[in-house]
Write a protein that binds this ligand. Structure first.
Ligand code: NAP
Length: 285
């Protein structure tokens, strides 16, 4: 069976729930700007619907998917090809659908983070010491990329010791030149000698959430990056700003992971300014 290229191409985000995703706004604006006859939809699928859905993508003229909670790991068994980032993280956020439903899996989260770090924040990770709070899906994607780009050291703290240790061990095995360690408590983190502090936990999304790091430990040579983008300024970011540190929320990562997905699907350069504009407006609603 061949793809019918005269048909409108379909893309979308697969998740459950998925209806609050900002991806349709970003990608539909991008397709319009690029003059591509495509529509980006929301595919909210229950677990029992997943297999049929993934097996029928090519037949339905669906050319690409973003994958979100809770399916980033589940989709791996349907992939015929996996990028190095998918192999490291065990998760895929971008699927490319080729002829005869040949599914290729990418993970653009970590690359998106790194792109934002270098392109917008002008931060060169080479040889730098990084602290990351959290060892879940996003932390895996981000640390994988930072180690690939030759970070000097990565210190990990997670409430779940097993997860933290597992990530540190994996990084050390895969990237021996980048020293990864797990620490049992936030007090053991050597913030004084670090250049970049990343929050990859969900702590900070809710108004009553605590701040995991004490204000007295933040210094003004630090870049504090919170992967959370809603709220735009978490307690951690506000505190870091008060102490004179550079700060960033996760909106740039969201933008660049989307831009990279679009580039995978279309082979075209993503219209970043338009995507950024609709994302920012969408978040205000
Ligand atoms: P996840 O897989 O659930 O990972 C979060 C990790 O943080 C888990 O290991 C969790 O442990 C740990 N944790 C929770 N509370 C903690 C605490 N008090 N102290 C230390 N560790 C704690 O979630 P994720 O997908 O990685 O997402 C993490 C955050 O990044 C979320 O806020 C998400 O919205 C954000 N994110 C942003 C982008 C972007 O594009 N900007 C992309 C992906 C994710 P338990 O499992 O034991 O609770």
């Amino acid at each position: 069976m061949e793809k019918n290229s005269s048909l409108q191409q379909i893309y979308g985000v697969l998740g459950y729930p998925a209806k609050h995703s900002l991806s349709p706004l970003m990608h539909n604006a991008a397709f319009k700007a690029l003059g591509i006859n495509a529509e980006y939809k929301i595919f909210e699928k229950r677990p029992e619907e997943l297999e049929d859905f993934l097996n029928s993508l090519f037949g339905e003229n669906i050319r690409g998917l973003n994958v979100t909670i809770p399916y980033k790991e589940t989709v791996l068994k349907y992939l015929k090809w996996q990028s190095p980032e998918v192999r490291f993280t065990g998760a895929s956020n971008t699927i490319e659908v080729e002829d005869n439903n040949y599914l290729k899996g990418w993970n653009t989260d970590g690359i998106g983070f790194h792109r934002h770090l270098t392109v917008d924040l002008k931060f060169d990770i080479t040889g730098k010491n990084v602290i990351i709070l959290g060892a879940g899906g996003a932390a895996k994607a981000v640390t994988d990329q930072l180690a690939r780009k030759k970070a000097g050291g990565i210190s990990i703290y997670d409430i779940d010791k097993n997860k933290g240790l597992e990530l540190a061990n994996k990084l050390n095995k895969e990237f021996p030149e980048c020293q990864a360690i797990y620490v049992d408590t936030v007090d053991e983190l050597d913030i004084k000698n670090s250049d970049l502090l990343i929050n990859a936990t969900p702590i900070g999304m809710k108004e009553n959430d605590p701040c995991l790091i004490d204000k007295s430990r933040i210094h003004n040579h630090l870049l504090v990056y919170d992967l959370i983008y809603n709220p735009a300024e978490t307690k951690l970011l506000k505190m870091a700003k008060d102490k004179g540190a550079r700060t960033s929320n996760g909106l740039g990562m969201l933008l660049y992971q989307g831009a990279l997905s679009l580039e995978v699907w279309t082979g075209q350069k993503a219209p970043l300014d338009i995507m950024r504009k609709v994302l920012t407006e969408g978040l205000k609603k």
